[in-house]
Design a protein around this ligand. Structure first.
Ligand code: PSU
Ligand code: MN
Length: 323
């Protein structure tokens, strides 16, 4: 009989990450889908290295997550990063794909959902990415709603991102996050950002002043142990794009996706590549800038969270507080 809590038998955690988690030091998880499928080589490798640098400079431990040869790997080293960045055939792995990859001893680049699941297994509380998946345009007939949203609805990890990608139906994505009970806070903004643009045109459900206030919200969400948390950090103003311009690019890319019959998990990578080509790299530049800034912001949240957990190490001792 296999023990239900035996996920550890499929996990390999780097020494730095294991020590960081054990000491309640700040650790920031990073996904590998954005490396393998979100950005072209060599931009992908350069960007993830810059994200790692930003996390380390802010005093936190980076933990890139992927499945390699049937093992869940947390804290990839330089050679493993390069392998994922160069492997054009590596599959995109959501949480549902992970058991299959393990059993068949294959490799996969983890999405936001897959990475949240693995981060939670190891005890990592903060995760930086670009944009979460969401409700795709036309989802009322295709049912294409990212598993990222459902994972956010059940896995207590704080995800620092630039809102939802503009290739999505952003209002529907916010509605779905509400239905799933996922708290969403704008970091130093009351607007909900949309990846390449600072303001999707919608307000953020809540707003926090800075990383320290974001960490207090994250600590509370983690203590209540019900859902994840979206911390929406708008792309730095100097790297942001114009909303109408992005909208034009996305509409063209969608038309081409439909004409080529692209759907399912191939859709997000196709759209990102198409808008990068059509904008002659402008979206790529913005994508890199926001990823690096989210890594930095996540490290600051993780640092503040580590301070909070040292102040009140036992977050769940309800009995002592009865009155
Ligand atoms: N953001 C990016 N590039 C990406 C993604 C997000 O800048 O490649 C990926 C993330 O891994 C996210 C996934 O989890 O797209 C969502 O894909 P889908 O819509 O198929 O669930
Ligand atoms: Mn999808």
């Amino acid at each position: 009989m296999i023990r239900r809590d035996a996920a550890g038998q499929y996990l390999d955690v780097s020494r730095a990450v294991a020590d960081g988690v054990a000491e309640s030091a700040p650790v920031v998880a990073l996904e590998s889908t954005l490396i393998a499928h979100g950005l072209p080589y060599p931009h992908n490798l350069e960007t993830v290295r810059e994200m790692i640098g930003a996390i380390e400079r802010a005093g936190a431990v980076p933990a890139v997550i992927a499945v390699l040869d049937g093992r869940i790997r947390v804290g990839l080293d330089a050679a493993e990063l390069e392998r994922v960045a160069r492997d054009i055939g590596i599959v995109k792995a959501g949480a549902r794909d992970i058991p299959v990859l393990i059993a068949t001893r294959t490799s996969g680049a983890t999405t936001v959902a897959g990475t949240m699941y693995c981060a939670r297994l190891v005890g990592i509380e903060v995760f930086a990415t670009g944009g979460i998946g969401g409700v795709h345009r036309g989802a009322s007939s295709t049912f294409d709603v990212s598993a990222d949203l459902h994972e956010l609805g059940k896995t207590p990890v704080a995800v620092v991102c630039s809102g939802a990608k503009s290739i999505l139906d952003v209002p529907a994505t916010l509605e779905k996050l509400e239905s799933l009970g996922v708290p969403v806070v704008g970091l130093a903004t009351d607007r909900f950002p949309a990846f390449h643009v600072r303001d999707s045109g919608l307000s953020a459900p809540h707003s926090v002043r800075d990383a320290s206030e974001a960490a207090r919200v994250a600590a509370t969400v983690l203590a209540l142990d019900r859902t994840g948390l979206v911390i929406a950090n708008p792309v730095p103003a100097s790297d942001a794009m114009d909303r109408d311009e992005v909208e034009r690019l996305v509409r063209d890319a969608e038309r081409r996706a439909r004409a080529s019959g692209i759907d399912g998990k191939a859709l997000t990578p196709f759209l990102l590549q198409a808008i990068a080509d059509a904008s002659e790299g402008a979206t790529l530049h913005t994508n890199r800038a926001l990823l690096i800034d989210n890594a930095r912001a996540a490290a600051e949240v993780a640092r503040n969270l580590a301070i909070l957990s040292r102040e009140s190490p036992d977050r769940s001792n309800i009995g002592e507080r009865a009155h």
